[in-house]
Design a protein around this ligand. Structure first.
Ligand SMILES: Nc1nc2c(c(=O)[nH]1)N[C@H]1C(S)=C(S)[C@@H](COP(=O)(O)O)O[C@H]1N2
Ligand SMILES: [Mo]
Length: 380
């Protein structure tokens, strides 16, 4: 059979027609939009620009937005594959372009499809902690997100009228050739695939779905002290410095008088108990019970006036690596639940969870919950 004949036969099947493409397009567009918005939010939370002082409340916000970001990312995979399969016979139409406007619309499919595939592949690789590339993941993932969403807006604009017509009740329905998959069967399989992917991955953040975990990169019930470990003390190269008797926590910078505490003194000060989750950018999250000393209390001890707008740089014993330190804005530093924790789930923190002390605060991405804290530097 010639290519043209095969194409025409495929295009007569409901699984390849405008209505199927429109339904899948709508589902995919919605998924992409939610993933994009939660992704932009994630970026703002992890790399807050100077003009934005993010509030530490509600404490669960990042856990929900990042869980949603990764879940919608996973759900997009079967939707995108189904959509591409549904429309690919159209690529064989001849002539491929009819006029300038059509040529532009077709050309925009290149950034749209390449961008979408890049977003999903890079996102899933990142969540799997697999970095087969040389670029910095957050920067590339963020830049391509804008390219992809821009091409998507153009695509939606170009296809709006066609989509509306294809979805209207009066649009003509073609019978399904016997022996082939009909639209309903196809869409039901896609919906089932989305459901299975979601249910078997969301257990990394929704405890009720944990027993169904199959494809998730993390099981949050696996890990010492009831929590997963992303970077161990050995990987961070702090095994000796963290366990050293000479360890001191210092509070320095724009302070009345500097403070130096031993691990024992820190433990005596740590009387505040709080339930907070670690919410990793990779989509897993887990709640835990912490005991620590509020950063606000340390600021009082070193004589930082309460009304002063300050930032606090949280330094760790780790010598290299991007996540060796983090920053607290004024609101976060003064929140009573932002603590330097010394205990988790009723036990002294072990080395892998950040002994002698680690930062834990409400509504912060996991990468900013710095472990093995050695110094708080106050900046006015
Ligand atoms: N010093 C330091 N702190 C760090 C990291 C790190 O690499 N170095 N990783 C962060 C990341 S990505 C996460 S998700 C949390 C995980 O905390 P946990 O290992 O106690 O679960 O720690 C954070 N704290
Ligand atoms: Mo993380």
């Amino acid at each position: 059979m010639s290519v043209a004949a095969a194409r025409d036969r495929a295009l007569r099947r409901p699984v390849h027609d405008d209505r199927t493409a429109a339904i899948l397009g709508l589902a995919l567009g919605l998924c992409f939009l939610v993933c994009f918005l939660t992704g932009v939010w994630s970026h703002l939370q992890q790399h807050p620009p100077g003009w934005l002082t993010l509030p530490p409340r509600p404490s669960w916000l990042y856990r929900v937005t990042q869980g949603t970001h990764v879940a919608t990312g996973y759900a997009t995979v079967p939707l995108l594959l189904a959509k591409l399969w549904s429309v690919y016979p159209r690529l064989f139409r001849w002539p491929p372009v009819r006029g300038v406007a059509h040529a532009v619309e077709r050309a925009m499919l290149v950034p749209l499809v390449c961008g979408a595939v890049f977003m999903l592949v890079s996102g899933i690789a990142n969540v799997s902690r697999w970095y087969p590339w040389g670029f910095y993941f957050p920067a590339a993932h963020y830049a391509v997100a804008w390219i992809t969403i821009g091409s998507l807006v153009v695509h939606v604009g170009a296809k709006a009228a066609l989509t509306r017509a294809a979805l209207s009740r009066s649009s003509p329905r073609r019978p399904t050739p016997s022996g082939t998959l009909g639209r309903r069967g196809f869409l039901a399989s896609v919906a089932a695939a989305v459901g299975i992917v979601t249910v078997t991955t969301a257990g990394q953040t929704v405890p009720a779905l944990r027993p169904a975990t199959l494809f998730a990169q993390r099981r949050t019930d696996i890990g010492s002290q009831g929590l997963p470990v992303n970077k161990s003390a050995a990987q961070a190269g702090v095994t000796e410095s963290a366990a050293d008797d000479g360890y001191r926590l210092r509070v320095t910078g724009d302070v009345g008088q500097e403070l130096v505490l031993t691990a024992g003194e820190l433990d005596d000060l740590a009387r505040h108990e709080v339930e907070l989750s670690i919410a990793c950018v990779e989509g897993w999250s887990a709640s835990a019970h912490w005991r620590g000393v509020p950063v606000a209390e340390l600021l009082d001890l070193v004589g930082v006036p309460r009304g002063r707008a300050i930032t606090v740089v949280v330094e760790s014993l780790q010598r290299g690596g991007r996540y060796r330190s983090s920053e607290l804005n004024h609101l976060q530093a003064r929140d009573p639940d932002t603590v330097l924790a010394v205990a988790v789930n009723g036990e002294r923190l072990n080395l892998d969870h950040g002994f002698p002390c680690r930062l834990i605060g409400p509504n912060r991405p996991g990468v900013l919950q710095t472990k093995w804290v050695s110094e708080l530097v106050v900046r006015a």
